[in-house]
Design a protein around this ligand. Structure first.
Ligand SMILES: C[S@@+](CC[C@H](N)C(=O)[O-])C[C@H]1O[C@@H](n2cnc3c(N)ncnc32)[C@H](O)[C@@H]1O
Length: 454
C-alpha cells in the first residue's frame, strides 16, 4: 500500500479551478499541522507514561529516541511526525526556495568535514563555553600549528551550528550541543562523519562524470571513487592498502550496521533454520563467522563452513570460533567467483550481493552450480528496495540513499523483489526463487532460492 506521507507517493490532484486549488493548498497545511500535533501527543504521552526523555540537542540530552520498534504505535507516530514536519517545512519554504537551497546545501558537508578534520569537538569544553580566539588557538595546536585563522574557523563553526553542531549561547563563545558531543564521544559515528565527508563526498560529486566516462559500466574498477582518486583498484582492495582509511571505513560501517534493523538476531529468527534438519550451511563471504556463530548457537542440528577470502584467514586477521562451537563451525577460505567444491544443503550469503553489479552477482551464482544438488538452497540476506512510496518517508530515504552509495563505490545496487527473481533466472534457469520476504523489524530481506536441477 502506498504511504501518503511519503513524498514519492504524493502527487497532489491536479485541481484546475483556482479557488479549489487555493482551498486544497491551505487544507494540506492544516492537515499536516494537525497530524504533527496528534503524533507529538502520542509520543509525549508514551514517554511520560514510561518516565522517559525525548531526544534533545541539550549537551546532556538524549541522542536517540527511546522508542523501540516493538512499541508500534509511538514508533510509527515518530516516523509520521518526521515526514509531516518535513513536508510542512518544505511547504513553508516553497518549491523555488527549496530547490535553491537543495543545490547549495553541499555546504553542510563542507562544515561537517571541517569540524571533523580539524577535530574541533575536542577543543570545545563539555561544560561552559570557549571564545573563538581561544578555540582557534586550541584547534591550531591540535593540528600541529596549522594556521587556520579565527575568521575561517568561525565561519565554518557558525555554519555547522545551523545543523545544531555546536551553539553560541553568548556572542563569540562556542558550546557543545548533543550532536557535537557525539563527534567527541561516539567513535563509530565520528568515523562515519569523517568517512562520508572526507572519503566519499568528493566521489559523490563525480558520479555523473564517471557515468559519462564509463557509460553503463558494471565494473567495480570504473566507479566514481576510481575516477576521483585516480586509481584502478576495486573498492575493497583500495581500502585494504590504506590502513587508516580501512579502519575508518570499518568503524563507520559499525555505526551504520549498528542500527536496529541490522541486528544479528533478526536473521537468526527471520528464517526457519530448523526446517533444514541435520544440515551444513556454507556461509559465503561470512567474514569471521559471527552470523554463523549466532545461528549455530540457536540451531544445534546445523553445521557451518564459513568461507571468505584468504586475507581474512591470516594469523593476524583470523577470528576465533568459540570453544563450544568448534565441532560445528569451521572458518575456511574460498573465493566465491571460483567453482564451489563444498557440497552442502544450503549456501548462505549475507550482505554480499548488494556490493556487486548484476554481471558479477550472476557469476557468483553460476560458480555455485558445480556443488548444487536437487533441492539445495541458496539463502540471501540482503538489502531490499521497497516499491516506490510504500514505506515511510524516512525508510524510503534511507534505502534510496544506500542504493546511490552503492553506485559511488562499487557500481552495484540495491534490488527490489522482482530484481532477485530476474537475477537467478539470468544466472541459470535451474534456479527457482521460492520466496522473497522481509522479516519483521528487519532492514534486510531474505530470499530463498532452490536448485531444481532441471
Ligand atoms: C559486507 S561483508 C559481509 C560479511 C558477513 N556476511 C556479514 O553479513 O556480516 C562482505 C564480505 O565478503 C567478503 N568477500 C569479498 N569478496 C569475496 C570473494 N571474492 N570471495 C569470498 N569472500 C569475499 C569480504 O571479505 C567480507 O567479509
Amino acid at each position: 500500500m502506498r504511504d501518503t506521507t511519503n513524498p514519492v507517493a504524493q502527487c497532489l490532484p491536479i485541481v484546475q479551478n483556482p479557488e479549489s486549488r487555493i482551498m486544497a493548498s491551505i487544507n494540506r497545511m492544516t492537515t499536516l499541522a494537525k497530524e504533527i500535533s496528534e503524533n507529538t501527543a502520542i509520543i509525549t504521552d508514551y514517554l511520560t507514561s514510561k518516565g522517559l526523555e525525548a531526544a534533545s540537542f541539550d549537551v546532556n540530552g538524549l541522542a536517540e529516541f527511546p522508542i523501540p520498534r516493538e512499541d508500534e504505535v509511538p514508533f510509527k507516530a515518530r516516523l509520521d511526525l518526521a515526514a509531516a514536519t518535513k513536508e510542512l517545512y518544505d511547504i513553508s519554504v516553497g518549491p523555488q526556495q527549496a530547490l535553491r537551497d537543495l543545490a547549495w546545501d553541499c555546504a553542510d558537508s563542507l562544515s561537517l568535514h571541517a569540524v571533523w578534520d580539524f577535530d574541533i569537538a575536542r577543543a570545545v569544553p563539555l561544560e561552559g563555553t570557549i571564545s573563538y580566539e581561544e578555540l582557534t588557538a586550541k584547534v591550531e595546536a591540535l593540528n600541529n600549528g596549522l594556521p587556520i585563522g579565527v575568521l575561517n574557523l568561525r565561519r565554518l563553526v557558525r555554519h555547522a551550528m545551523t545543523n545544531r553542531i555546536f551553539c553560541e549561547p553568548v556572542k563569540n563563545h562556542v558550546a557543545h550541543t548533543r550532536t557535537s558531543r557525539l563527534l567527541l564521544e561516539d567513535e563509530p559515528l565520528k568515523n562515519w562523519a569523517g568517512f562520508m565527508s572526507q572519503d566519499i563526498w568528493p566521489a559523490v560529486a563525480n558520479v555523473v562524470k564517471a557515468m559519462r566516462k564509463w557509460p553503463a559500466s558494471e565494473e567495480p574498477t570504473e566507479t566514481s571513487v576510481n575516477l576521483t582518486n585516480g586509481q584502478s583498484l576495486p573498492w575493497f582492495d583500495y581500502l585494504q592498502q590504506d590502513p587508516v582509511l580501512n579502519k575508518r571505513y570499518n568503524l563507520a560501517m559499525q555505526s551504520h550496521g549498528g542500527a536496529a534493523g541490522y541486528a544479528v538476531e533478526l536473521v537468526v529468527q527471520g528464517y526457519d533454520w530448523a526446517s533444514l534438519g541435520e544440515a551444513t550451511v556454507v556461509d559465503m563471504g561470512g567474514n569471521q563467522g559471527y552470523i554463523s556463530f549466532a545461528i549455530a548457537e540457536a540451531f544445534p542440528n546445523l553445521k557451518f563452513v564459513v568461507q571468505d577470502q584468504a586475507g581474512m584467514r591470516t594469523p593476524e586477521t583470523i577470528g576465533k570460533v568459540p570453544d563450544h562451537l568448534t565441532q560445528r563451525v569451521t572458518l575456511t577460505t574460498h573465493d566465491f567467483f571460483t567453482p564451489q567444491t563444498e557440497v552442502a544443503k544450503c549456501y548462505f550469503f549475507r550482505h554480499i550481493f548488494h556490493g556487486f553489479s548484476d554481471k558479477y552477482s550472476i557469476k557468483i551464482l553460476q560458480a555455485l552450480v558445480p556443488a548444487l544438488r536437487k533441492g539445495s538452497l541458496v539463502i540471501i540476506n540482503d538489502g531490499a528496495l521497497p516499491e516506490p512510496g510504500t514505506v515511510s518517508y524516512l525508510e524510503e530515504r534511507l534505502m534510496r540513499t544506500m542504493d546511490v552509495f552503492m553506485q559511488v563505490t562499487v557500481n552495484a545496487r540495491e534490488r527490489e523483489a522482482d530484481d532477485w527473481t530476474d537475477l537467478f533466472a539470468r544466472a541459470d534457469r535451474r534456479y527457482r526463487v521460492n520466496r522473497v520476504w522481509k522479516p519483521e523489524r528487519s532492514a534486510l530481506a531474505l530470499i530463498e532460492a532452490e536448485w531444481t536441477a532441471e
